[in-house]
Each structure stands twice: as structure tokens, then as C-alpha cells.
Design a protein around this ligand. Structure first.
Ligand code: CS2
Length: 398
């Protein structure tokens, strides 16, 4: 049996990596919760199995998870498991990487500073640096988060941490392949729990996609349908700029119009036209080899967004905007003057300003800076500065 040690056990991991790994067979997963014990307790009560409610297909029982380690309770157990695992994977969301300017590890981030000085790590970066320093057997680290060059970025963050902490990592036995992951996975609602009868059920769509750079140092499961490629960039840019960019536009512009769900926002004629334009504009910035797929991909995305059964909330997508907007809008705008993408960035700015004006606490690691920026003079420029885009001010409609 192969072993994957997975950091971050949100719904996405349970609908994607764990589903694929269950299908592959011959492997098991131990997960690490970096924060609370709630998911561990819920899953432990049912032998770590749970229902994946695949919209339009049916319920699938996922039985590949063996244990969940709660890092704050027992960091030593996590480090010990890191020595045994064949693959270390992670879905810790964009903010879990603790990056600052130019996607470098932010040494002033309080969690990273604490990990550098404390005896036991609490962040995934601290765990990887300390765990890899002890590692003697080849291992692959698989980032499954929506970041540009997620593997390479993670490797650089871990290397920076290790250097500052004085840790030696045998770099020749570790690999960080880049990946593109896709499956729309909303948070679980009471309705989903009631229908499935499983309090730990996870709702997801039928579609799933996973493209991985073919760069493993250790064995891997025979994941069905996964594309192993030499270069993930065309796939990753297609997904981040078209799917996630469209999602964020629908979230910020849709919330402003009073919608609650993706399927409602995408049926609004004006938003639909804008989102269609954004996908065309974003598609035109992709590497040549991805271009032929653009029209079909855009059409398929609209159909996925229209699915009313998923009940995908716009406020779930709107959270952590400071971490998402740079890949979803700013990078696209740097590649082309794209009016619908600029409208998306403007919608994020508008969202921040209106939430700050209403005194709503933002769900974002930069919430405090966003509120200050939104309330100061020239909020548009200030907010753009927070996502490294102050120089794009002239592209942003008033
Ligand atoms: C969404 C993504 O919440 C968000 O920001 O855009 O989680 C999206 O549903 C996934 O990337 C789809 O694979």
C-alpha cells in the first residue's frame, strides 16, 4: 500500500484527490488538519469514510482515508508521518502559502515568524521544511491549490524557510510537480446532509480534471483520467484565468446585484455577456497550444456554472480576494488590455469598498489593510496596490 499524507482536509480535497485516489486503488491517505479537530472528530466517528454526493450521478462512499492528524495537538505525529509517506500533498488554499510580494515567502507573516522561532511548526511551510530536512527517501510534494506554478512556488517558499531556519534539505530526492486541479465543490449545506444522511457528506459536480507535471521522485497512484504532461502552464492559465476569473467576476458583480448563487448570477443577461467576454479575453492571453480549446472550454464552463443543483454560493468564491485577484485578473490584464477583466477587478474593488462602508468584516487574510485602504483617500488606487496593481489604475473603469 502506498501512503499519501495530505495537508488540509477541506471539501475540495475530499472531492478531488481523495476521490481520484480511491478510484486508483492500492493507496491510502492520512490527512493533516492544521487547525481544528472538528473534521477529524466528525470523520473518526464514522471510520473516516464519507459520502461524496456527485450531482447528477449519485452518492459514492469514499473509503480511502485512514486517519486525520490534528497538527496543533500533536505536531510530532505529523513529522513522523512525513517520514513514512510516499507523497506529501496539500490543499491549503491560496493563503496557506504565506506569500508576500512577488510570490516569495513572507518572513514577516506572524505565522511564519512563529514557525521560524518556535520548536514545533504550525504552518504547512514550516512542516514541509522541517519534515523534508529529516527525509532520506525520495518524496514528491504535490501542491493542489489554485496558484500559478503551484509546485515551483511552494518549493521556493520551503527553500526560503529552510535557509533562514538553517535546515538542510536533500534537494536531489524531492520533487514539486506543478499541477492544475479542477472540480467545483461548494461547502456542505444542511440540505446535503439531510438528503444523504451523512453529516460529513461533500457535494460536488460530476466534472473533474487534474493535470500534473510528470516529475515524481516517488511512486504514485494510477489515478484514472489524470493527464501527466511536461508543462502544466497552458492548462493552469486556462483554468485560473477563464474558470476562476469568471467565478470571481460573477461573485463580486453578482453580490453587488443581490444574487446569492453562481447559477443565478450567470443567468443575468448583462453578467452573462460580461463573463462570456471575460473568457474570450482571457482565452486570447493563453499560450498558443491552449488557444484551440478556448471556445469549447468557455461553453462548457457556462454550462457548469448554470447548474442550479450545486447551490454554489458567491460569498464562498468572494472570500480571500486579495489572494485570488492577482492570478485571476491582474496577470490577465498585464498580458492584454481586457475590458471585461478590468471590470472584474473593478468589481472586487467595489466589493471591498461597499463591505468596508457597511462595517462588514471581510473574510480575507488582508482584511484589515483592505478596510483601511477602502476608507482612505483614493480607495481604488489603494486597493489596487494591495494586489500589486496600482500601475493598472488607468485601465480600471470608474
Ligand atoms: C472558486 C474555486 O472559491 C473559489 O474561488 O473559484 O474554488 C473553484 O470552484 C475551483 O477552483 C474549481 O475547480
Amino acid at each position: 500500500m502506498g501512503l499519501i499524507l495530505h495537508f488540509g482536509l477541506g471539501n475540495f480535497a475530499r472531492a478531488h484527490l481523495l476521490d481520484y485516489t480511491a478510484d486508483a486503488g492500492g493507496w491510502e491517505v492520512i490527512a493533516v488538519s492544521l487547525r481544528s479537530a472538528a473534521v477529524r472528530d466528525g470523520l473518526a466517528a464514522q471510520g473516516f469514510a464519507y459520502d461524496l454526493c456527485v450531482q447528477g450521478v449519485g452518492v459514492k462512499r469514499i473509503e480511502v482515508l485512514r486517519d486525520v492528524l490534528v497538527a496543533p495537538k500533536d505536531p510530532g505525529a505529523v513529522l513522523a508521518a512525513m517520514e513514512r509517506a510516499d507523497i506529501l500533498s496539500l490543499t491549503v488554499t491560496e493563503k496557506g502559502y504565506h506569500l508576500g510580494a512577488e510570490d516569495q515567502l513572507d518572513l514577516n507573516d506572524p505565522a511564519i515568524a512563529a514557525d521560524l522561532s518556535g520548536p514545533a511548526p504550525a504552518t504547512v511551510i514550516g512542516f514541509l521544511a522541517r519534515g523534508l530536512a529529516k527525509r532520506r527517501r525520495p518524496v514528491t510534494i504535490l501542491s493542489c491549490d489554485n496558484r500559478v506554478a503551484n509546485g515551483a512556488t511552494l518549493r521556493a517558499a520551503v527553500a526560503r524557510f529552510a535557509k533562514v531556519a538553517g535546515l538542510e534539505i536533500a534537494w536531489d530526492i524531492v520533487r514539486f510537480p506543478n499541477t492544475m486541479v479542477d472540480r467545483i465543490t461548494p461547502t456542505t449545506t444542511d440540505a446535503v446532509r439531510a438528503i444523504s444522511g451523512d453529516p460529513m457528506a461533500v457535494p460536488t459536480e460530476a466534472f473533474r480534471e487534474w493535470v500534473i507535471e510528470d516529475d515524481f521522485a516517488s511512486p504514485r497512484p494510477d489515478w484514472p483520467g489524470v493527464q501527466l504532461v511536461a508543462d502544466v502552464a497552458p492548462h493552469e492559465l486556462r483554468k485560473l484565468r477563464m474558470l476562476n476569473g469568471a467565478h470571481s467576476l460573477l461573485a463580486y458583480a453578482g453580490l453587488a446585484r443581490g444574487y446569492c448563487f453562481v447559477h443565478e448570477a450567470v443567468r443575468d443577461p448583462q453578467l452573462r455577456a460580461l463573463v462570456t467576454q471575460l473568457m474570450t479575453e482571457a482565452g486570447a492571453t493563453l499560450p498558443k497550444e491552449a488557444q484551440p480549446q478556448v471556445p469549447q472550454y468557455a461553453e462548457a464552463l457556462l454550462a457548469r456554472f448554470e447548474n442550479p443543483e450545486l447551490a454554489h454560493r458567491l460569498d464562498q468564491i468572494a472570500m480571500d480576494g486579495s489572494q485570488k485577484v492577482p492570478y485571476r485578473f491582474v496577470a490577465t490584464l498585464r498580458a492584454a488590455r481586457a475590458p471585461a477583466v478590468a471590470a472584474g477587478l473593478r468589481a472586487w474593488v467595489g466589493f471591498c469598498i461597499s463591505e468596508a462602508a457597511r462595517g462588514h468584516p471581510l473574510n480575507d487574510p488582508k482584511a484589515q489593510q483592505i478596510t483601511e485602504a477602502a476608507r482612505g483617500d483614493d480607495p481604488v488606487t489603494n486597493l489596487l496596490r494591495l494586489v500589486g496593481a496600482a500601475d493598472l489604475r488607468s485601465l480600471i473603469p470608474e
